[in-house]
Structure formats: structure tokens, C-alpha cells
Design a protein around this ligand. Structure first.
Ligand SMILES: C[C@H](O)CC(=O)SCCNC(=O)CCNC(=O)[C@H](O)C(C)(C)COP(=O)(O)OP(=O)(O)OC[C@H]1O[C@@H](n2cnc3c(N)ncnc32)[C@H](O)[C@@H]1OP(=O)(O)O
Length: 724
């Protein structure tokens, strides 16, 4: 293991260079913080030291406070594990010291890393270094004085934007804003920083303590107005997250009562937030996302990923064109194949529209858009397939068609080529049945719109080779997806786990619960929309097709609701024709359609599941639980069957594939927070009242009765059932 330490070297010029060494990101672990204090104090004591340069080893200044410490506090509840850095180190030891310090920043200075740098008396950066305070994404606020010093260096508006949106800037912008004093090449970084530090010491450059500055702060009334607007926005965009309002309160404290009081309030609020559920959930998601990169027998067996330079996409429909867009945006050549010129043109036009949409929304610069569009070529036959490294088939869900395509591409492509399918329902063994290349066959399941949604489910069969999986994981990251490796089963991980989400909602509707109340409650729980609005968005064709798949695969727990068929009969098809549970009109928000209620009543009469023929009476909490506990129950089955490598992979899949709120940590993490026993007893009660759909799975029952968390690794007996 690499050594975690802080070093100090004193040059003949009288500059002490203090270096943080904690690869890969120089996180500020507890020994690093202790080491920094020790070295700064030594530098103050030594007569041969006139000034200090603080830097990070290996081309990265620091990725911030060690997030493992948060996890430790979450496990133990012991806040004393958080050291006093803000006053003891940053204010007393660095900023108020009698010798000046200059931060020499390369690569990145994030969170506590940037806060240390802001405690120094100047900051010199190499080009393109990332500077930011992303603490809110971890459920906390900056805790080493960042809420006070950033507004004093870059002004209130920009500081609010950088903190509330957790949006980093580059050193060049930092220079323009005043966060950075000079941008110099990496080679010159240390030399210029040393010189700068000496010039501060001899007073030929200003000795600035950021916390004492006020020149960039607005008048009280202007600041008040800006904070009011930010509070209002945060209420809309982050309604269930306390750290946003808390951050603004702490900034305000410093504006009203001075930077030092702001720092004190920041430290107090920081500690309160570390213990909140939001931070527990978000910190879990941080590590869970990184864990998805570690797949036993794939990433730990010494294989090297092969590069994927050219990809063929078969099918230019909604999914195919989205997938092609994702690859060209990742700088990878794509040939898009269709069956006739008309379909091909339509596909290319969709890709152009996807790219243009990103430019319009300011997510992509025009020159990068032009470059991306130059990397796509439309084709009508397989001649271009002779040198592709990967094919992704994205045609309609028809088994015979997919089988034909796979036996054709097996012949048309080079022998190393990955043969991937974007199917969301069909068994991969069936897709590849007519080939002899089962080791190269893999599922690349994107979520719509494929160029926007971050999740990539990589579906493997027993025969898919480790090399194929590794290559797909690697190229997946290049196109900025989060690849999660899953086993082969109906619906794979995300669709399978969330199939009871719609089912539960339909049972409730047929039990007489108001569909708009259900949608409202699920939205306030934190999903972007409720199950009925989601059904409107996806279109009823999808609901009917998916419903059939699941009914065939899991007949024991499928609730057959006639509601969608009745909606279709009444001329509704959801958002696509402007009429569903909601009315959709251009330029206005979806409005609940009261005329849908009689159709729902009709469905209720047909299913006749209301006890005594009367609508049931349920609390808001029960409604949310009756929809989400069946999802947890299915997640248990998915884990029991070994579809996932680890429980936390399902958390990431639920957050990125279904927009399950990240601050709740993902579906399994949330379930463990609620308690397996409560979930089990509730499901058991509902199974008795309303049928098999709610019947607790064996895995849930076992864990609940043994008092084990659902996320605990599988027992030996379960592992032997593993599909992976
Ligand atoms: C008091 C303070 O105000 C509080 C804070 O400072 S909280 C921390 C604020 N900082 C952050 O949020 C930054 C978090 N890190 C990141 O965003 C990214 O890791 C990064 C941009 C620094 C680097 O990204 P990238 O090069 O893709 O590497 P990535 O895979 O994410 O990380 C590499 C390893 O470093 C670890 N790591 C990254 N930042 C870390 C941190 N701050 N603490 C502990 N570990 C960290 C990751 O867990 C990962 O470990 P692994 O290899 O064992 O999985």
C-alpha cells in the first residue's frame, strides 16, 4: 500500500515545500491532517524557513477530506472522529500564521482540498485544474471554511452557484474570478509558487487572508436578495435535502456577523449534517458507484481492456440513435445500419437532433458537436462491419429477427468483435442460439434517452468471456456511463426490480385509492414522477408489452389490471397523444384529467378486489410502502438469485436507472434503513388482505427473522445459487 504522509523539504531559498501524499487523490485522511499541522508548525519554528508552498504529490493537489471518515461516523455515530480542521488548522495554523503560504495546485483541488488552498495567502494553478466545493453531493456543507472564503474570493453569486450546484470550475476561470492568482505551466508551478511566497514574505506582493476580505461581498440588501432567490430555487430543486438551505444559512451568518463567526457556525452545522440520513445515503452512493468498477473474476484477474475504436449500431430507432449519439459524443466512430434509406435518414436525423439539443441546452460546445457528427456514417449493408470492434443490435424485440442478425454479424465482423444486444427482455442465450460465438455475446442495456441516462446494464450469460465484459465496461466509461454488470434474467436488474412498482400502483388504483394522490406521494418521496405519470410518458404500448413479459415469467405475482386496456379503448395513449391520466398541453405542466376517474372505476368494478366493494382507507405512508415494499421484495429475489455482484450495485442501478432518490442511498440501502422486519410484516399482512402479489420472498423472510440487513453479503447457500 502506498505511504500516507506529509513531507517537507526546505530549499536554499528559504521556502518549505509541504507535500500531501495519499494516492490516488491525496484525500485528507486523519494522518494527513495531523501531518499538515505538524509540518506547518515545524516550518513556523525553523529559522531557515521564510515562506511555505503547499502542494500535492502525483499531479493532484487534493480531492478533499477523506470520505471514509464520514462512513465511519455513520457506522459508529461518533462525531469525535471528525478532527477540528477549520479553526485549528486552516485559521490558526495556516491563515493567521506569521509566515505566508502559497498553494501550488495541479489536477484538482476539491472540497477540503480547495478549502486548504483558500486558507493559504495566494493560489497558483497549472492549466485545467479542477476547483470546486462538491460537499453538498455528500449531504454535508463545506466544513473547512469554504462557505466563508469562497464568497469572499469569487463573489456571492458565483460562490452560491459553485456550492449549491457542486459545479467545479477550471483554473483559467478561477483566475478570471480571483480564486487563483496566476495560471502557469505544470513545469513552472513550483518555481513560480516559491517565488510568490517569498515576495509575500518580503511584502512585495500582498499578504491576503481571505476570511478578512469584504471587497467582493455585496451590500447587505443585495446579499439578502441573492440568498432569498437561491433559497427559493433550492426549495424547488432539492426539496428533501437539508444541506442546501443549511449552506445558505451559514453563508448568511458570515455576511451578517463576519467570516470568523461564519466559520464557527459552519463547523456546528457541518457536524449536524454528517449525522443526517441524507449524508448517510449520499456517502453510500459515492462508494457504491465506485464499487461497480470491481467485478470479481473480470477486473481482478490481470486482463487488459482492448480499445474499442469503431462501433456498429444496428437499428436507427429511438434506442439505436440514442446509443449511436452516446458513442460519437465519446469520440468513437459509429456506423449506423438500417434496412432502407428512409429509415436510415430518420435515424441520422434523430442523432443530429440529439446533438443539437445538447448544444441548445448549453451542454455541448458547437465545435464538439460538429466533431461528433463527423464521426457517424449511415450504411445499408454489412461491408463496413469488417473492422468494427463492437456491434450493438437495437432492433425491435423479435426473437427470430435478432437471431438472424446475430448469425449474420458473426460472419461479417472480425473475430475479436463484441456482439452486444440492447434487448430489455429477451434471454441472451436465445439471442445468440444460432451462433458459435457465445463468449462474445453480451447485453448492453441502455436506458432511454440513451445519450442522456447514465446507467449501462452489462448483461452477461454463463458463457460471456471476462474479456468481453471488461472491454464493454471500459468503453462504457469512455462514453460517460456507469456500467453495472448483471446476470441474465427477465427484465435484468432494473426493469425486473421495478416491475412491481407499476403493479403495486395498479392494485391501489383498483382498491379505490386516488391515482393522483399516489403520484403526489411518490413524487414527494423523491422520485421525479409517480407511476401513473411515468406510464403516460412511456406510452401504453410499452406497458402492455412489458406487462405480458412479466406475466409470463412471474405468473405467481402478477396482478392483471384491465386499466391500461380501458384507457387505450377510450382513445388515450398517454403523453404521446396528449391524453392519459393527465392532459398534456404544449407549454404547460401535465394536468390531472378528472374524466379518467370513471375509467378507473370501471376497472375497479371488473377486478372487484375492494373488500366489501368499498375503497380502502390508507395513510399516505402506507401508500408509499405498498408501492415500494413490493419493489424491495423483488430486489430480494434478484439478490437471492445472484443477479448482482453485490447489493450496492442494485442501489446504483435503482438511482441511475429509475431515478430512485440518491439521498435515500438506493433501494436496498433505503430498505435497510426502514428495517427488513417492518417490510416483511407489512407485506405479509397485505398478502393476506390483497393476495399473492405482496407475498414476502424467502430471502426477505429469512433476513427479517434473523435480524440481518438485506445488504449483508449472501450466505454460502445463497452463493451457490449464484448466476454470476
Ligand atoms: C470538510 C470538507 O469540506 C469535506 C470534504 O472535503 S468532502 C470531500 C469533497 N470531495 C469530493 O467530493 C471529491 C470526491 N471525489 C471525486 O469526485 C473523484 O474521486 C475525483 C474527481 C477526485 C477523482 O475521480 P477519478 O479520477 O474518476 O477517480 P475515482 O474512481 O472517483 O476515485 C479514485 C479512488 O479515490 C477514492 N476517493 C476519491 N476522492 C476521495 C475522498 N475525498 N476521500 C476518500 N476517497 C476518495 C475513490 O473512492 C476511489 O477509490 P477506489 O479506487 O478504492 O474505488
Amino acid at each position: 500500500m502506498a505511504e500516507v504522509r506529509v513531507t517537507m523539504e526546505v530549499g536554499n531559498d528559504g521556502v518549505a515545500v509541504i507535500t500531501i501524499c495519499n494516492p490516488p487523490v491525496n484525500a485528507l485522511a486523519i494522518p494527513i491532517i495531523a501531518g499538515l499541522k505538524e509540518k506547518f508548525q515545524e516550518a513556523m519554528r525553523r529559522n531557515d524557513v521564510k515562506a511555505i508552498v503547499l502542494t500535492g504529490k502525483g499531479g493532484r493537489f487534493s480531492g478533499g477530506f477523506d470520505i471514509n471518515v464520514f462512513q465511519n461516523v455513520h457506522k459508529t455515530g461518533d462525531l469525535s472522529r471528525l478532527p477540528d480542521v477549520s479553526v485549528d488548522l486552516v485559521v490558526n495554523t495556516i491563515e493567521d500564521a506569521k509566515k505566508p503560504a502559497v498553494a501550488a495546485i495541479e489536477g484538482l483541488a476539491l472540497g477540503g482540498g480547495l478549502e486548504l488552498a483558500m486558507g493559504c495567502h495566494a493560489r497558483i494553478a497549472a492549466p485545467k485544474a479542477q476547483l470546486g466545493l462538491p460537499e453538498l453531493t455528500l449531504g454535508v456543507i463545506p466544513g473547512f471554511g469554504g462557505t466563508q472564503r469562497l464568497p469572499r474570493l469569487v463573489g456571492l453569486s458565483k460562490a452560491i452557484e459553485m456550492m449549491l450546484l457542486s459545479k467545479p470550475i477550471m483554473s483559467e476561470e478561477g483566475k478570471k474570478l480571483g480564486l487563483i492568482d496566476a495560471v502557469v505551466s505544470s513545469e513552472d508551478l513550483l518555481r513560480v509558487s516559491r517565488q510568490w511566497a517569498l515576495e509575500i514574505a518580503d511584502r512585495s506582493k500582498p499578504w491576503i487572508r481571505s476570511l478578512h476580505r469584504t471587497d467582493k461581498l455585496d451590500s447587505l440588501s443585495e446579499a439578502h436578495e441573492k440568498l432569498k432567490v437561491a433559497r427559493h430555487q433550492a426549495k424547488q430543486t432539492a426539496p428533501n435535502m437539508p444541506q442546501h438551505q443549511a449552506c445558505l444559512d451559514v453563508i448568511e451568518e458570515g455576511i451578517l456577523h463576519g467570516g470568523y463567526n461564519g466559520v464557527l457556525k459552519e463547523a456546528k452545522v457541518f457536524k449536524e449534517l454528517v449525522l443526517a440520513d441524507t449524508s448517510r445515503g449520499l456517502v453510500h452512493v459515492f462508494f457504491a458507484q465506485r464499487a461497480t468498477s470491481k467485478v470479481p473474476n473480470v477486473t481482478d484477474v490481470g486482463l487488459k481492456p482492448r480499445s474499442v475504436k469503431k462501433v456498429a449500431v444496428i437499428g436507427g430507432g429511438l434506442m439505436g440513435s440514442g446509443i449511436a449519439t452516446a458513442f460519437i459524443l465519446g469520440n468513437i466512430y459509429v456506423v449506423l445500419k438500417e434496412i432502407n434509406p428512409e429509415y436510415l435518414l430518420r435515424g441520422i436525423k434523430m442523432i443530429e437532433a440529439n446533438v443539437r439539443g445538447l448544444v441548445t441546452r448549453k451542454k455541448l460546445a458547437q465545435d464538439r458537436a460538429d466533431k461528433a457528427l463527423s464521426m457517424i456514417k449511415g450504411v445499408l449493408d454489412y461491408s463496413e462491419f469488417r473492422d468494427v470492434d463492437m456491434v450493438i443490435e437495437a432492433v425491435i424485440e423479435k426473437v427470430s429477427l435478432k437471431q438472424t442478425i446475430f448469425s449474420e454479424i458473426e460472419k461479417a465482423c472480425p473475430p475479436h468483435c463484441i456482439l452486444a444486444t440492447n434487448t430489455s427482455t429477451i434471454d441472451l442465450n436465445v439471442v445468440g442460439e444460432k451462433t458459435r460465438s457465445q463468449d462474445r455475446i453480451v447485453g448492453a442495456h441502455f436506458f432511454s434517452p440513451a445519450h442522456v441516462m447514465p446507467l449501462l446494464e452489462i448483461v452477461r450469460t454463463e458463457k460471456t468471456s471476462a474479456q468481453t465484459i471488461l472491454d464493454l465496461m471500459t468503453v462504457g466509461k469512455i462514453i460517460k456511463k456507469v456500467p453495472v454488470v448483471v446476470g441474465n434474467c427477465t427484465g435484468f436488474a432494473v426493469n425486473r426490480t421495478f416491475f412491481p412498482y407499476t403493479q403495486g400502483a395498479h392494485i391501489l388504483a383498483n382498491l379505490g385509492v386516488d391515482v393522483f394522490r399516489i403520484d403526489r406521494l411518490i413524487t414527494s418521496f423523491g422520485l421525479p414522477m409517480g407511476p401513473f405519470q411515468l406510464q403516460d410518458l412511456a406510452g401504453y404500448g410499452v406497458a402492455i408489452a412489458v406487462g405480458k413479459e412479466f406475466a409470463a415469467a412471474f405468473p405467481d405475482r402478477t396482478f392483471r389490471s384491465p386499466l391500461v386496456d380501458l384507457l387505450v379503448k377510450s382513445g388515450r395513449n398517454g403523453k404521446s397523444n396528449g391524453k392519459g391520466y393527465y392532459i398534456y398541453e404544449k407549454g404547460s405542466k401535465p394536468k390531472p384529467d378528472p374524466s379518467v376517474l370513471s375509467i378507473i372505476e370501471e376497472s375497479g368494478r371488473l377486478t372487484n378486489i375492494m373488500p366489501g366493494g368499498k375503497p380502502i382507507s390508507v395513510t399516505d405512508q402506507e401508500i408509499v410502502e405498498m408501492i415500494l415494499f413490493p419493489v424491495v421484495n423483488e430486489a430480494c429475489r434478484v439478490m437471492d438469485e445472484g443477479v448482482m455482484v453485490r447489493a450496492s450495485d442494485l442501489d446504483i442501478a435503482s438511482v441511475l436507472g429509475m431515478s430512485f432518490p440518491s439521498y435515500r442511498g438506493g433501494i436496498v440501502f433505503w430498505a435497510d434503513t426502514v428495517g427488513p422486519n417492518h417490510i416483511y410484516t407489512s407485506l405479509k399482512k397485505w398478502a393476506e388482505l390483497y393476495g399473492n402479489f405482496f407475498k414476502p420472498s424467502r430471502f426477505l423472510e429469512e433476513r427479517a427473522t434473523k435480524g440481518m440487513p438485506l445488504s449483508a453479503p449472501a450466505s454460502t447457500s445463497s452463493a451457490s445459487r449464484s448466476r454470476l
